[in-house]
Design a protein around this ligand. Structure first.
Ligand code: MIC
Ligand code: SF4
Length: 643
């Protein structure tokens, strides 16, 4: 039996486990990436582990999220990350160099290698045939120290692409179609591999749009073959020697196959407030819009912005629309500036932002109240834009630019003859904004500079014999990490200060939660299906840890968040019978007798609702390793104990 691309990479990096679906496999990690919003914590954790120099082939730290410097906090964090990188063997991509995923694809990614990143959109690297996976900061810290990264062996999904996209239909429309078919939880426990004749019609930046937004499926990752098109992209980046060919075997076995005829796709949008709430632009109709934002790690490549520039050239943005554009990297920005496309964009009236995440993470450009905003980004969760009642639609750059001109949802196919932008033979690459680490001889003399906002990792404690605590919060289905630990310009500067950021935990759902949880001392949270979808931010586990949360009981978890809870020593429990969700109300007194012993023995855990007298059966599927992590009180303690 042959192997899929992902299975081939896993096999070549297997440190433990046997690749049986659902069982735990430990992988050797070749490359890591961090960004600044998760990076400060990841490097504090790396320091706590105590390995002097990273053991990976390449580790890169990017500054791209917290770039709005309205106080000392973000600049202090950047300086901390820069100095920590210098000391410990990590490359540092300076603010202004671009969004981690875009830059990593351009400059560092290599087909066939493993990459983990403390950001859920790390699968962007799958666009060049990497096994690129989003993880919590602590997992990245462990991998930098040479430790394995563990996943539960995923099922394999093949998305078979046939035909060719019609003019004006975009890679974004392909991933929107996949989301429409599979939903935001359809990818949990799976790796999505793209294949078929249609793959040959897609450039690397287009493939990367698809693997990037594959994160919204809940998938472990997504991957494309590494072929002649990949080779051409890498050669254009001056990195042909980093290219290797990679295909799945003819007789590879997939657990699921999805067929998409590219020629049948039309421009689409993910409507508020979920990336899988997909409709065609035609179905939405010519509704009035208020804002258009073009950029983010999904759609800010040179090809994307050249198409946008061509659409805007010689025209003016509609008077009722604010158009903001953030190029994905310095390379893209520079090339647009040199070839005149930037002038076309400026001339049309766009507001040009620095190359960073910006509005995608609520760092500015929040829309007006009830504002309809078309964005080329990957997430449209409620409130994420910074405007609680903002109505965010996720669209292709072509749809975004066309609509910015007309002031209403506009199908770009109405623009007439399509623009044909070829991939450049040579990108204008220059790594002068990447700072290399100190040499082994010099590293000891580097001083790590810490600002006063940087506070240590919260206190952990080993799992108690029994837990007797109330339920402090009950939430519904599809809770995102943006609900648990909101982002935005006001809260993001607190990412290295868990006590301060905890004051915002779950405030989107219940503004009194942090105070209540603190008053209760210790408590449990109850949730529905796909709890913790979205971002990889471990703060969505560390803030609850700080607020005394001992267990989270839900119908089902999203992958990265569940791993982050385990890493933080918080018990991730699932209802054996989903209907039992109804048997716990906020405020109920709960008891988990003998929980430590039951975890040790791998048995189901009974929650006694002391308020109602009802008993609820829950389970906590743990491998030997994750069991030990939970018993130790989290991955940091476990790693310190186990070396
Ligand atoms: C996001 O897109 O939600 C983020 C911000 O990039 C997060 C990381 C974070 O919260 O810092 C992610 O995707 O993991
Ligand atoms: Fe940045 Fe947005 Fe991409 Fe997250 S999804 S890495 S916030 S651009």
């Amino acid at each position: 039996m042959g192997y899929t691309i992902a299975q081939k990479i896993i096999k070549a990096h297997l440190l433990s486990g046997d690749m049986t679906v659902g069982s735990e496999v430990g992988l050797k990690i070749d490359q890591t990436l961090t960004q600044d919003a998760t990076g400060t914590m990841a490097y504090l954790e790396f320091e706590a582990i105590g390995v002097p120099r990273v053991k990976t082939e390449k580790s890169v730290a990017y500054i791209d999220h917290n770039t709005l410097q309205t106080g000392f906090e973000n600049a202090d964090d950047h300086r901390f990350i820069q100095t920590v990188c210098k000391k410990h063997g990590i490359y540092f991509s300076r603010p202004g160099n671009g969004i981690c995923h875009q830059v990593h694809l351009e400059r560092f990614g290599k087909p066939g290698k493993t990459l983990i990143g403390s950001d859920s959109h790390t699968p962007t690297g799958g666009g060049i045939g990497m096994l690129a996976i989003g993880a919590g900061g602590l997992d990245v810290a462990v991998a930098m120290g040479g430790g394995a990264y563990y996943i539960s062996m995923p099922k394999m999904v093949r998305v078979n692409l046939t035909g060719k996209l019609q003019p004006w239909v975009s890679a974004k429309d392909i991933i929107l179609e996949v989301l429409r078919i599979m939903s935001v939880k359809g990818g949990v426990g799976k790796i999505v591999e793209y294949g078929g004749e249609g793959v040959k019609t897609l450039t690397v930046p287009e493939r990367a749009t698809i693997t990037n937004m594959g994160a919204e499926l809940g998938a472990t990752t997504s991957v494309f073959p590494s072929d002649e098109i990949t080779k051409a992209f890498m050669a254009a980046q001056g990195r042909e020697e980093d290219w290797t060919e990679l295909y799945s075997d003819e007789d590879a076995v997939f657990d699921e196959v999805i067929d998409i005829d590219l020629s049948k796709l039309v421009p689409m949008a993910a409507c508020p407030h979920s990336p899988d709430n997909v409709k065609t632009i035609e179905e939405i109709g010519p509704q009035k819009i208020d804002q258009v934002c073009i950029g983010s790690c999904t759609n800010s490549s040179y090809l994307d912005l050249m198409r946008v520039a061509a659409i805007l050239k010689g025209k003016t943005v509609h008077p009722d629309v604010s158009l903001a554009i953030a190029p994905g990297s310095k390379q893209v920005y520079n090339m647009l500036a040199k070839n005149g496309a930037l002038a076309d964009i400026i001339e049309a009236g766009a507001r040009i932002l620095e190359c960073a995440c910006g509005p995608c993470i609520g760092m500015g450009q929040s829309p007006n109240s009830k504002g309809i905003s078309l964005r080329t980004f990957n997430r449209n969760f409620e409130g994420r834009s910074g405007t609680r009642d903002g109505q965010i639609y996720l669209v292709s750059p072509e749809t975004a630019a066309a609509s910015a001109l007309t002031g209403v949802f506009t199908d770009p196919r109405t623009l007439g003859e399509a623009v044909d932008i070829p991939l450049p033979e040579k990108f204008d690459y220059n790594d002068n904004m990447v700072v290399a680490p100190a040499s082994e001889e010099e590293m000891d003399s580097v001083e790590v500079l810490r600002g006063p906002n940087i506070k240590p990792y919260p206190k952990t404690s080993p799992l108690a014999d029994s837990i007797d605590v109330p339920c402090s919060l009950k939430v519904g289905d599809n809770i995102t990490t943006d609900h648990i630990m909101p982002a935005g310009a006001k809260i993001l500067p607190l990412r290295s200060n868990i006590p301060a950021i905890s004051e915002h935990c779950f405030t989107v759902c219940d503004k009194d939660f942090p105070t209540r949880a603190k008053q209760l001392g210790s408590s449990i949270i109850v949730g529905g299906v796909n709890y913790g979808q979205g971002s990889s931010r471990e703060h969505a586990a560390l803030a609850p840890l700080y607020l005394g949360i001992k267990a989270v009981v839900v119908k089902s978890f999203a992958r990265i968040h569940r791993a982050n809870l385990i890493n933080a020593g918080i018990l991730p429990l699932t209802f054996v019978n989903e209907d039992d969700y109804d048997l716990i109300s906020e405020g109920d007194e709960l008891s988990l007798p003998n929980v430590k012993q039951l975890i040790k023995e791998g048995k189901d855990i009974v929650i006694v609702n002391k308020t109602t007298g009802k008993e609820i059966l829950t389970k906590c599927e743990l491998s030997g390793r994750t069991k030990d992590i939970i018993l130790a009180g989290g991955l940091l303690d476990y790693t310190k104990q186990n070396g």
